[in-house]
Design a protein around this ligand. Structure first.
Ligand code: ADP
Ligand code: MG
Length: 232
């Protein structure tokens, strides 16, 4: 069963008199464990699509299922619960909480969403800190680490609840090229280690080369990629 399946998926925003078709009748499937990038220029619909997959914004038409669930039919509350159970997010600007340490930032989703016993929690955080190579930075605050390190913490935080799917909306936009490539390599390693499916977006063709599956968005439509939209 595909992890994500979109059929005739559409999203239209209406602001006053203006209708914006942010996503136009697109179809795609993503299998579990895939490492996928949506690529396209600014305004092509990348964030709209990732927000829909993440149950942050409902589709206007068509169907979108994640882990076998038709998420278009979920209420806001059900969507939030589904997200907490199955989905991790990595944001472009890292979104770490500045008054919490690296350790506490990673612990946060476990406290908010899942009620883990403290000993289990500690073990899990140590494991994920080691996986992203941040074990010796655990007591630092976000203001004391580099951009690339912040993004590694953000990846760890997205993975801490062991979600099926991690969505990363332009996770490398605020990083230099080398650091960006390292973050993508880290995400791929996490996919290999934990079997997590990763979907990220980027407008940077050099970053997208590291994906295994590439979907190209143009003005809300899915363009046939050079590789046929299948494996890069
Ligand atoms: P990208 O992430 O590729 O830059 P977006 O998904 O943010 O593209 O935007 C796609 C289109 O939808 C753009 O024309 C944008 O202005 C519009 N859009 C996005 N979000 C909203 C919104 N909340 N209200 C109205 N228009 C929106
Ligand atoms: Mg965007």
């Amino acid at each position: 069963m595909p992890l994500v399946e979109a059929r005739n998926l559409e999203k239209t925003y209406i602001t006053g008199e203006v209708r914006i078709q942010a996503i136009r009748k697109i179809d795609f499937t993503i299998e579990p464990g895939a490492f996928v990038s949506f690529v396209g220029p600014s305004g092509s619909g990348k964030s709209t699509l990732l927000n829909m997959i993440g149950c942050l914004d409902p589709p206007t038409a068509g169907t979108l299922s994640v882990a076998g669930k038709d998420i278009g039919t979920l209420s806001r509350k059900e969507g939030a619960h589904f997200r907490g159970e199955h989905i991790g997010f990595v944001f472009q600007d890292f979104n770490l909480i500045p008054v919490l340490t690296v350790y506490e930032n990673i612990e946060y989703p476990l406290l908010m969403v899942q009620n883990w016993p403290p000993a289990e929690r500690k073990k899990r955080i140590s494991q994920i800190l080691a996986a992203v190579g941040m074990e010796d930075q655990a007591q630092k605050y976000p203001g004391q680490i580099s951009g690339g390190q912040k993004q590694r913490v953000a990846v760890a935080r997205a993975l801490i609840t062991n979600p099926k799917l991690v969505l990363a909306d332009e996770p490398t936009a605020n990083l230099d090229r080398e650091t960006a490539n390292r973050i993508i390599a880290l995400m791929k390693r996490m996919r290999d280690e934990f079997g997590t499916t990763f979907i990220f977006s980027t407008h940077d063709p050099k970053v997208v080369k590291n994906a295994e599956i590439i979907f190209t968005l143009e003005d809300g439509a899915l363009k046939q990629s050079d590789n046929g939209g299948i494996y890069a």
